[in-house]
Each structure stands twice: as C-alpha cells, then as structure tokens.
Write a protein that binds this ligand. Structure first.
Ligand code: NAI
Length: 326
C-alpha cells in the first residue's frame, strides 16, 4: 500500500528545486507537496505549484512564498506543519573558482532559518539537506537541532549524487548492466572527502587497479565539471534533483515500512569523526541503521586515511558556525 506523506521542498522554485518538486510529486507515497521559496525567487513558488498541480498524480501541490527575514520562521508553519519529509535545495550555488568553503557562511545562514522553522513546526520530519557545503552545514544544523532537544538522526546530508555518478561512470567504463552496479560512496561530499568504494561493487571490483585512481578522481571532480560547463550560470541541478528524489523516495519508503538503504552523510559512530557518509538504512522513524564501512582495499584505506583530517576540519568549521550563531 502506498503511503500518504506530506513533503516540502524548500527552495522549490530554484534550479534543483523545480525538477526535484516534480519528481517528488510523482512519487506514489506523496499525497501532499509544498513548494516553498522566497517572495523574490526567479519564478513564484505558486507558479511552480500551479504547473505541477496538473500532473495526473494523487498529490496535491501548493506553493508558499516568504520574505527573507526571521518572521518567515513563524509564517512557514502554514506549509511545514504535518510534513514527514523536508528537502532543502535552498541556497546559493557554487560559482566557477569558488569552493564549498566560500559558501559556508551564506548557505549555513539560509539553512539555519529553515531548520529552525522545521524544529518549530515539524520536529518529527526527516530533513534532507542538499545545501552545500554539506560537510559543514549538516554538523552545524545537527548541533542547532540537538540544542532544541530534538533527534539529530532526523537530519540527513544528501550525498546521493556521488553514488549516482560513480554508478554511471562504472557503467560507461565496463558496459555492464546498470542494475548490477551499486558503488557505496563514503566520507563526505566535497573533493577528496568523496570516497567511492569500487571494491564493494560486484562490477566495480572487476575494473583493473591501475584505472581506479582516475575513476575515483572523475567522481570527485564531477560537480566542478558541471559548474564549468554551465559557465557561471549554476551547478548540477537536473542530476541533483534526480539524486535528491532517489534519497527522498528511500526515506518515504522507509517511513512506509519498506526498509531501504542509501548512502548519506549523518551523525555517525562508524569512524572517529562525529559526521560521516556511509550506507544508511531508513525505516519508520527515519534513519534506522548507520552501517559500518565494510572491507576496504589498500588503495581505499590510503584514501580514507588521507581524507579524515580534511573532513575533520570541515566538520569543525560547521561546529564553529553553530557555536557562533546559537
Ligand atoms: P538556485 O539559486 O537555482 O535555487 C535556490 C533556491 O533557493 C532559489 O529559488 C532561492 O530563492 C531559494 N532560497 C534561497 N534562500 C532561501 C530561504 N531562506 N528560504 C527558502 N528558499 C530560499 O540554486 P540551485 O542550483 O538549485 O542550488 C541550491 C543549493 O544546492 C546550493 O546550495 C547548491 O550548492 C546545492 N547543491 C548541492 C548538491 C549536492 O549534491 N548536495 C549538488 C548541487 C548543488
């Protein structure tokens, strides 16, 4: 039996937000979708909602626009109340030459506004943070969430695009069926902190060892390739929406009692770092199990050792933000 869940896409009129809203409106588990954006968004949220409301799906779609001020936290109750899942592709996308660190202050401020609104109006919802830099924004938001006495396991950093890219590149290299390919991608969601475990994929492990470093780098650099190709006019939006919807659907399937597993960046005890991306099983309460990393080959172990201090620094930047912006 399909579920009847309420989903909100915050930043739903943006580059990622529009196709993500469409894909979520098509999920049979979604009965209500809210498209939430700012009043100054390029396209009015109400327009995106009107457009999507004509899909012949059971989902009712409503648009909400709020001003960019603290009062939005109070007003957002209209759309956030009763939400089971809030997906957040709100924020400023990366520009050429800009790394994810440059984005932290701007985007963490946006995320804080939204996460505080969720804490107030839908504290039981799973909140999927797409807004970059995920490595720092997720720890910052989990800290704020915890200070309110809420369960940090509800906050999920969306790293699914790394998995989607790793799978696609393995398929292109081997020509083997996509259905047999599933590369876990662990660590974080920026540069070298992205660690695809090709050895844990039945197809990936057939790739000769000398080809792995370039393939690994291709996954890490894929976001930058899109930023450059769009020439200052945005970052990955369509593939991100596809990946975000895959994660969103997995969360909803879990809430509906069909356990499902995806990689995600969450509060974690599987390594010495307090936040880490690994396989996560979603169930009726949201995050149910954060899985250990499994066996790594020598190359992957070396990469893991090298990424830990970098990810640690990015987590600390997020924790610092939370401390300075209580
Ligand atoms: P965009 O600029 O096209 O859309 C962002 C939307 O968020 C806009 O419509 C804007 O009005 C809205 N917004 C901004 N502040 C808001 C607030 N306080 N409340 C509600 N809505 C607000 O940007 P795009 O390309 O859709 O990217 C969005 C975010 O996703 C960026 O932070 C980007 O870095 C990130 N991203 C994450 C990826 C991932 O793999 N996790 C991949 C690609 C992008």
């Amino acid at each position: 039996m399909a579920g009847n869940f309420k989903v909100c896409v915050v930043g739903g009129a943006g580059g990622i937000g529009q196709p993500l809203s469409m894909l979520m409106a098509m999920d049979p588990n979604v009965s209500e979708l809210c498209v939430y954006d700012l009043t100054l968004a390029m396209v009015p949220a109400a327009g995106v909602a009107a457009d999507l409301s004509h899909l012949n799906k059971k989902c009712k779609v409503t648009g909400y626009a709020f001003d960019k001020d603290d009062k939005a936290i109070d007003k957002a109750g209209e759309c956030l109340k009763g939400c089971n899942l809030v997906l957040v592709p709100a924020g400023v996308p990366r520009k050429p030459g800009q790394d994810r660190k440059d984005l932290l202050n701007i985007n963490a401020g946006i995320a804080k506004n939204i996460v505080e609104a969720c804490a107030k109006h839908c504290p039981e919802a799973v909140v999927g943070l797409i807004v970059n830099p995920v490595n720092s924004v997720v720890p910052a938001m989990c800290e704020l969430w915890k200070k309110k006495g809420l369960n940090p396991a509800k906050i999920v950093g969306v790293t699914t695009l790394d998995v989607v890219r790793a799978d696609k590149f393995v398929h292109e290299m081997t020509g083997l069926p996509m259905d047999d390919i599933g590369v876990p991608v662990i660590g974080g969601h920026a540069g070298t902190t992205i660690l695809p475990l090709f050895s844990q994929c039945q197809v990936g492990k057939t790739i000769p060892a000398d080809k792995i470093p370039d393939l690994d780098k291709k996954v890490q650099d894929a976001g930058t390739v899109v930023v450059a190709a769009k020439n200052g006019k945005g970052s990955a939006t369509l593939s991100m929406a596809y990946a975000g919807a895959r994660l969103g659907k997995a969360v909803l399937a879990g809430l509906n009692g069909e356990v499902s597993t995806e990689c995600a960046y969450v509060e974690s005890k599987v390594t010495e770092l307090p936040y880490f991306a690994s396989k996560v099983t979603f169930g009726k309460q949201g995050v149910e199990t954060v899985h250990p990393l499994g066996e790594l080959n020598e190359y992957e172990q070396g990469r893991l050792d090298a990424l830990m201090p970098i990810l640690k620094e990015e987590i600390e930047a997020g924790l610092e933000y939370a401390k300075e912006n209580e």
